[in-house]
Design a protein around this ligand. Structure first.
Ligand code: ADP
Length: 357
């Protein structure tokens, strides 16, 4: 058990130009917390995780595990266990041997290794597979062996780098719930890397969003969704994505394609600009049939997801057509080519961002 702290930690890869893969990262992870690092490909997630593991140099700043400065400590001395995307199982060893290997290297007595391996196998539903070699296992079972190998080491911190990306969609959903439950049960600090915002939102106690090596925001899934700090976080978290549009500020409020979103004079003053980026989640837009003011749209595509339908539609009467995503009644969705009017369900649920964020 341990807390983790990145203190102004950077990693710069030499080259022309050099790449600052992780840029002065400041992040505190509490003891027992499940923290997810999320961001698009190339945002520095894996590098940040590898710096913590000791697999990547720390060019600036420091990293602490359990209050100890491990900035220059080799991986072996950090008391961490990592689960890789590839699982990295030894093909010539059985499941039991794979799971117990780290303990064998530590010269743990055989009976103790067996006890720990059996216990982890029970937790992961692998008891009947202990004598098999990895090639005789399904993808999901291999993934669980990789988890088991980390668990038997009883590290102070688990590090996981996209551990579900080789599983099919259904298994991924099942396994993410199992990992979250297991983490809760073991109560071991866990840092988990993914590019998938749904995985991040459903698994993490807190989620740290990275872009170009820079931490954008670190908060609970709820807070990231409700109060994103900038347009990047707003657009990245949530599915389907938030509608992010440029709106003009007038004394009446923010004007957007037929909609006026009232703003208080204080908000207008703090924004101190003439155009802003306005964010509206698809579920905050609804179709209206009466003559309420709204955005005139032509339907391009309807995505029916059982409980909800999402309508992808383009503005009809504007010089520069823009695409909006609107939630609609799944039992009565509009049809492709139909003209519709979208309006806000709750005007105060819109988000305002400075255009440069
Ligand atoms: P992510 O995990 O978010 O996809 P990475 O941490 O792998 O991102 O990479 C962050 C940035 O650092 C990218 O621009 C990537 O090309 C660069 N990078 C990663 N590893 C190396 C390396 N060994 N040498 C040079 N550049 C690297």
């Amino acid at each position: 058990m341990a807390d983790v702290a990145y203190r102004g930690a950077s990693r710069v890869f030499t080259g022309t130009p050099p790449v600052k893969a992780v840029d002065q990262l400041d992040l505190e992870v509490a003891d027992g917390e499940f923290l997810v690092l999320v961001g698009p490909s190339g945002s520095g997630k894996s590098t940040a995780l590898r710096m913590l593991a000791g697999l990547e140099d720390i060019d600036e700043g420091a990293i602490h595990i359990g209050g100890r400065d491990v900035t220059h400590t080799p991986p072996k001395g950090r008391d961490i266990a990592m689960v890789f995307q590839s699982y990295a199982l030894y093909p010539h060893m059985t499941v039991a041997e794979n799971m117990g290997f780290a303990l064998k290297l530590r010269r743990t007595p055989k009976d103790q290794i067996k006890t720990k391996v059996d216990e982890a196998a029970r937790m992961l539903d692998l008891t009947n597979y202990l004598d098999r070699k990895p090639k005789a296992l399904s993808g999901g079972q291999r993934q669980r062996v990789a988890m088991g190998r980390a668990i038997v080491r009883e590290p102070s911190v688990f590090l996981m780098d996209e551990p579900l990306s080789n599983l099919d969609a259904k298994l991924r959903v099942e396994t993410r719930a199992n990992i979250a439950a297991l983490q809760q049960r073991l109560d071991t600090t866990t840092i988990y890397v993914t590019h998938d915002q749904v995985e991040a939102m459903t698994m993490g106690h807190r989620v740290a969003v990275l872009k170009d090596g820079l931490l954008q925001q670190c908060d609970t899934p709820r807070a990231l969704y409700d109060t994103p700090t900038n347009a990047f976080v707003a657009g990245f978290m949530g599915s389907p994505a938030m509608n992010l549009k440029t709106a003009t500020l007038t004394p009446q409020g923010a004007q957007l394609d037929g909609l006026t979103i009232p703003l208080t004079p204080e908000t207008q003053k703090t924004l101190n600009t003439t155009t802003i980026t306005l964010g509206i989640r698809p579920e905050n837009l609804t179709l209206t049939t009466n003559n309420q003011p709204g955005i005139g749209l032509t339907v391009d595509l309807v995505e029916e997801l059982g409980a909800d339908a999402y309508v992808y539609a383009t503005t009809t009467n504007t010089d520069t057509p823009e695409r909006f995503i609107v939630r609609a009644d799944a039992h009565n969705p509009p049809t492709i080519g139909q003209t519709i009017t979208a309006t806000l369900t709750t005007p105060h649920h819109t988000h305002l961002f400075h255009p440069e964020t």
